[in-house]
Ligand binder design. Structure first.
Ligand SMILES: [Zn+2]
Ligand SMILES: [Zn+2]
Length: 243
């Protein structure tokens, strides 16, 4: 599996940057995880949108969906230029007032995720777990050829991700808060809480992302390393991790 960071800021992007978005590639798949503000401009640096097999949306906050409408327009153009012949599948939970946005004519197809579903997309197995957040959020586990990626989306420390225990090769989770800010914003993790989650899941590596707009983000990794012994990556646009 190859994971590329397309955006790593929480809530809104910094200058020239993007909010949540990640490109997951296997030998057979190119899957977009979340599509926040600025994500598409970074996606083009790695793959064409016509190559995307599926999109997974963790939840309907704007920092995870802001570029989705433009992606669906791109899908329409791909049809017009005969570069895509099947609708782009966009997976998300069925949230009233938002889910219908995922289906755009014949160009994209919104597909509801039930939290207990186990999907199999041409050998890529995907399962889900709801988290504690102020919008309904689904964490996701991707398994392919013996490798495992867990992407949490947004979550507070009371979330139960025990169904994902057992040694992910990479955990992408949020670190919206510094260690001393415990509980400042409900429904988000501090660096130390992110590290505790990595430890609980037995993750071999931790990618911290969804950053705050104050302080030195390098401190998030330093704080996490005090309670997690695995490899820690600090998200950065275009960072690619292969496992
Ligand atoms: Zn967010
Ligand atoms: Zn959120």
């Amino acid at each position: 599996m190859k994971l590329t960071v397309l955006g790593c800021w929480g809530a809104y992007p910094e200058a020239g940057e993007a909010t949540s978005g990640y490109l997951l590639q296997t030998g057979r798949h190119k899957v977009l995880l979340d599509c926040g503000s600025g994500v598409l401009a970074n996606l083009w640096k790695h793959v064409s949108h016509e190559q995307i097999d599926a999109v997974f949306i963790s939840h309907f906050h704007h920092d995870h969906t802001a570029d989705l409408g433009c992606l669906l327009y791109a899908s329409k153009f791909a049809f017009a230029f005969k570069k895509r012949t099947k609708p782009l599948p966009v997976y998300a939970s069925n949230q009233p007032g938002r889910f219908k946005e995922l289906t755009f004519g014949e160009y994209s197809n919104g597909i509801e995720i039930k939290p207990d579903a186990v999907l199999n997309l041409d050998g890529l197995k995907i399962s889900f777990a709801p988290t504690v957040h102020d919008a309904y959020n689904l964490a996701m586990k991707f398994e392919y050829a013996g490798k495992v990626l867990v992407y949490t989306g947004d979550l507070g420390p009371a979330s139960d991700l025990s169904r994902f225990e057992g040694g992910a090769d990479l955990l992408i989770t949020e670190s919206s808060l510094y260690a001393h800010e415990t509980g400042l914003f409900q429904g988000h993790l501090t660096s130390v809480e992110a590290a505790s989650l990595a430890k609980q899941l037995g993750a071999k590596a931790l990618l911290l992302s969804h950053f705050p707009h104050i302080g030195e983000t390098a401190n998030l990794a330093a704080e996490a390393s005090r309670c997690y012994a695995g490899k820690i990556y600090l998200a950065k646009t275009n960072l690619t991790v292969e496992f």
